[in-house]
Design a protein around this ligand. Structure first.
Ligand SMILES: Nc1ncnc2c1ncn2[C@@H]1O[C@H](COP(=O)(O)OP(=O)(O)O)[C@@H](O)[C@H]1O
Ligand SMILES: [Mg+2]
Length: 342
C-alpha cells in the first residue's frame, strides 16, 4: 500500500507499536460498523454454542479501517489461537502446505492481502478451506504420487483492500463476507477520545471532532493525527488539545479540511477540471492520474462518495455541486448528474 505521507519508512517500527497499543481487543470496544459487528457477533455465538470452528471470514475494505484488528478480535472472542501470514510471503505451495498441516483445531489463521496469492498457492487453499484437506506429494520420480491429507478444522480469515481482485472460487469458500465502510465523524470522534485516554492525552470533544473530520473516514489516520496534534499541544499548548489547538496543528501539518490526500485530490481535479465535472470513465481517470482502476474503486472512491463529492453513474463518474464548491471551481451551467436543475 502506498505510504500516505504521514510517516516515513524509518518511523515504521514505532508506528506499528503505536497501532498495536491502540488496538481494541474485544468486539464491544470496536467502534462503529454496527451491521458488521452484529453479523459477526451472531456467527461467533453460534459457533461457540455448537463447539465448532467459525465459518471462514473474508474482510474487505480500504486500508486502516480495522481488518487486522477484527481478525485479532475474532480469535479473542472465540478464545482460540491466532496465526497470521500475508499472501506476498507465501511464495511456494510448500510454504502454505506446511502452515496448514500445523494448524490446531478451531484456531484462526489470518491471511492478509489475500488478493495477492499466487495462483498455484491459491489452489492449495481451495481444498483446505472446503474439505480441510491438503494434497501432499509423496515419493519422487516415477513413483511419486499425491496423498490427500486431512487437516484440523480451522477458521481462515482473509483480508483485502481489493475485493475486485479476489477470484470467484476463492471468494465462494468464505461463509462470511464482511465489508468495512469509511467511518462517520461521530465514530471517529469516539475512536480519538478512546485513543487519547489510552495515551493519557487531554483532548476535549471539539478537539477530537476536528481530528476526526480530517481523518479521511479512517481510524488509522485519526490515531496518527492525534499523535501529531499531541506533540504540538505538548510543546505549544500545555498539553491541552482544544478545538483551536487541533485546527492550528492540523493546518500546520497541511492536513486538508476533509483529510483528502494527494490521490483523492488528483482524482477530483481530473473530473472537475479536465472533464468539466464528468461523466468520465474510470479507465480514463486511472490513465490520467497513473493509478490502477481497482485501487481507485476500492480504496479511494468509497471516501469521496461518503463525502458526497462523487457519484457513480452508468456513464461514468460525475462530480457533485458540493465538489465544485469545495475546490472553488465554477460549476457548468447544467450539472452533469442533475440535468436541468441549474
Ligand atoms: N473500529 C475501530 N475502533 C477503534 N480503533 C480502530 C477501529 N478500527 C481500526 N482501529 C485502529 O486503527 C488502526 C488500524 O487498524 P487495522 O486493523 O490495522 O486496519 P487494516 O488492517 O484494515 O488496515 C489500529 O491501530 C486500530 O486500533
Ligand atoms: Mg491490516
Amino acid at each position: 500500500m502506498r505510504d500516505r505521507g504521514l510517516i516515513s519508512g524509518a518511523a515504521l517500527d514505532s508506528e506499528k507499536q503505536f497501532e498495536a497499543a491502540l488496538r481494541p481487543s474485544r468486539l464491544q470496544e470496536f467502534t462503529g460498523q454496527s451491521r458488521l459487528k452484529e453479523n459477526l457477533a451472531i456467527a461467533i455465538e453460534a459457533a461457540r454454542q455448537r463447539g465448532e470452528a467459525l465459518d471462514h471470514v473474508l474482510l474487505y475494505g480500504p486500508p486502516g479501517l480495522g481488518k487486522t484488528t477484527l481478525a485479532n478480535i475474532i480469535s479473542g472472542e472465540l478464545n482460540v489461537a491466532f496465526d497470521q501470514t500475508a499472501a506476498p510471503i507465501l511464495q511456494k505451495k510448500l510454504d502454505l502446505t506446511g502452515v496448514l498441516t500445523n494448524l490446531r483445531e478451531k484456531q484462526v489463521f489470518f491471511i492478509d492481502e489475500i488478493h495477492r496469492l499466487l495462483p498455484d498457492v491459491e489452489e492449495i487453499l481451495y481444498s483446505a478451506l472446503e474439505d480441510f484437506r491438503v494434497d501432499l506429494m509423496v515419493g519422487t520420480g516415477a513413483g511419486a504420487r499425491t496423498h490427500s491429507m486431512q487437516i484440523q478444522r480451522f477458521t481462515a480469515i482473509g483480508a483485502t483492500t481489493r475485493q475486485g481482485l479476489i477470484s470467484a472460487p476463492l471468494r465462494g469458500r468464505f461463509g462470511l463476507v464482511l465489508r468495512l465502510n469509511p467511518y462517520d465523524i461521530d465514530d471517529l470522534t469516539s475512536i480519538v477520545l478512546r485513543s487519547a485516554a489510552l495515551l493519557q492525552v487531554k483532548v476535549d470533544e471539539m478537539g477530537a471532532a476536528e481530528i476526526a473530520r480530517r481523518a479521511r473516514g479512517t481510524p488509522r489516520i485519526a490515531n496518527r493525527l492525534l499523535r501529531r496534534v499531541r506533540d504540538y499541544a505538548q510543546v505549544r499548548a500545555a498539553g491541552q488539545v482544544t478545538h483551536d489547538v487541533s485546527v492550528t496543528a492540523l493546518d500546520m501539518l497541511e492536513v486538508d479540511r476533509y483529510g483528502l490526500d494527494e490521490i483523492d485530490q488528483k482524482i477530483m481535479a481530473t473530473i472537475l477540471e479536465k472533464y468539466a465535472g464528468g461523466p468520465v470513465g474510470i479507465k480514463t481517470i486511472a490513465a490520467s492520474i497513473d493509478e490502477e482502476e481497482a485501487t481507485i474503486e476500492d480504496v479511494y472512491e468509497p471516501y469521496l462518495m461518503q463525502l458526497g463529492f462523487l457519484d457513480r453513474t452508468p456513464r461514468g463518474r460525475v462530480a457533485t455541486r458540493r465538489a465544485f464548491d469545495y475546490f472553488k471551481i465554477a460549476p457548468p451551467a447544467v450539472m452533469p448528474n442533475q440535468p436541468g436543475l441549474f
